[in-house]
Design a binder for this molecule. Structure first.
Ligand code: AMP
Ligand code: GLY
Length: 425
């Protein structure tokens, strides 16, 4: 079978790697892909936002499965366009992807479904939002309603910061149109975790949980990023808690969508805060997480292609997930300036370790090939994942591999998975 994967990040490289390992697959294609993916798949330089371009490519390749990685094409309706043409697609249609594309829609669905989440108020007028601030307690979270590429969420400790946040949204228009519609939310305190589940519209199969690191610097300091590292499983989220979260969050959400005639086929990702009062949803994503995928998929024993086809066809109930008894630690290597900016064209050395270290996977994200050398080509450059029986061992392998890579201005956190490793004594 031929499989086409849409996207160009570390998440897509991890998906490509797992898809290429499937005995069902003889050809892997990717649009647009990156320099690392190009070693394992045929890359086509069509942007993931180019829906007519992707449709044309799909018609030309006639793949047995199309996998859509990122949120923007899902929210733009790429899955619907391809399904309407009779293709088998892993990824939700536009209506279901609005759980990620509109935070206000997600809140409304959660309230209708009785899913626990932070209290909020929604504003489309600056002055009314400013007046609201006088009546609430701090801290609060100010969020742009639409897609803002991982930005668009501001935690305001006090009145002044909240006022600044509203100005950033409404007056400076820093998040474009997404910031002209704003949620002001109760700030939740606790540990965050990500619980992703495969879904075929009815059956829900939880993936093992993962712990993402959002801040750029060690000790969770500095600005938020798209994710600087990850580990899986998460000792503080045992399988019994995952099951509770599925019953409390994923199942009622999918049922509420179904009640509205919306079918969810793909990955439903709940970003959660584990508060003293129980888990609360911070956000939904309607796709695999990045870098969660790079820490989850290396541990999955099943054939990912079989599972994705089952999601697309509604036969997920026939499957059980099997996991390696190993921990996975993923360290993101970013480029100079990230997350405020990113740099391009710095030569990356040390990548010959790709495939060379046992238990280590080097996933490319922002890389390109120039004169037969890999160069940086974006903010998050590489994701290095390592498997071992212990977190201590997986951390050592991951950081040993990181230590072999070099490019100017590289940035990475030194404390990924330090906490579960300490827990091992
Ligand atoms: P989101 O894009 O909604 O997940 O927000 C990005 C990050 O902002 C989350 O991962 C949390 O760290 C933080 N965050 C979002 N909403 C809240 C909230 N209600 N309370 C506390 N932190 C939040
Ligand atoms: N790791 C967060 C995300 O994928 O949105």
């Amino acid at each position: 079978m031929r499989v086409l994967i849409i996207g160009s990040g570390g998440r897509e490289h991890a998906i490509v790697t797992k898809v290429a390992a499937s005995p069902l697959v003889d050809e892997v294609h990717c649009a647009p892909g990156n320099a690392g993916i190009a070693r394992q798949a045929v890359c086509h330089s069509i942007a993931d936002s180019d829906i007519p371009g992707i449709l044309g490519l799909t018609k030309q390749l006639e793949p047995g499965l199309v996998v859509i990685g990122p949120e923007a094409p899902l929210c733009a309706g790429l899955a619907d366009t391809l399904r309407d043409e009779g293709f088998r697609v892993f990824g939700p249609g536009r209506d279901a992807a609005m759980l990620e594309g509109s935070k206000a829609f997600a809140k409304e669905v959660m309230i209708a479904a009785g899913v626990p989440t932070a209290g909020y108020a929604r504003f489309v007028e600056y002055q009314i939002a400013m007046t609201h601030l006088a009546a609430i307690t701090f801290p609060v979270v100010v969020k742009a309603n639409g897609l803002a590429a991982g930005k668009g969420v501001i935690i305001a400790e006090a009145m002044e910061e909240a006022e600044d946040a509203l100005r950033t949204c409404f007056i400076d228009r820093s998040f474009g149109d997404a910031g002209l519609d704003v949620l002001v939310e109760e700030c939740l305190i606790g540990h965050e975790c990500s619980v992703l589940a495969l879904c075929d519209g009815e059956t829900i199969l939880p993936l093992e949980p993962a712990q993402d690191y959002k801040r750029i610097y060690d000790g969770d300091s500095g600005p938020n990023t798209g994710g600087m590292g990850c580990y899986s499983p998460v000792p503080r989220v045992p399988s019994q808690l995952v099951d509770e979260i599925i019953e409390m969050v994923h199942r009622p959400t999918v049922a509420e969508l179904a009640r509205r005639g919306i079918e969810f086929r793909g990955v439903l990702y709940a970003g959660l805060m584990l508060t003293p009062d129980g888990p609360r949803v911070l956000e939904f994503n309607t796709r695999f997480g990045d870098p969660e995928t790079q820490a989850i998929l290396p541990r999955l024993e099943n054939d990912l292609v079989e599972l994705m086809i089952a999601c697309a066809e509604g036969s997920l109930s026939e499957h059980r997930l099997r996991w390696k008894e190993e921990s996975c630690v993923t360290v993101i290597m970013a480029s100079a300036g990230y997350p405020l900016s990113s740099s391009k064209g710095d030569v990356i050395t040390g990548l010959e370790l790709d495939g060379g270290l046992p238990g280590v996977e080097v996933y490319h994200a922002g890389t390109a090939e120039e004169d037969s050398r890999f160069v940086t080509n974006g903010g998050r450059v590489l994701a290095i994942s390592a498997l071992d029986r212990t977190f201590t061992g997986a951390r050592k392998k991951a950081y040993d591999a990181v230590g072999k890579v070099h490019y100017d201005g590289m940035q990475y956190r030194r404390d990924i998975a330090a906490e579960p490793a300490r827990g091992e004594g």
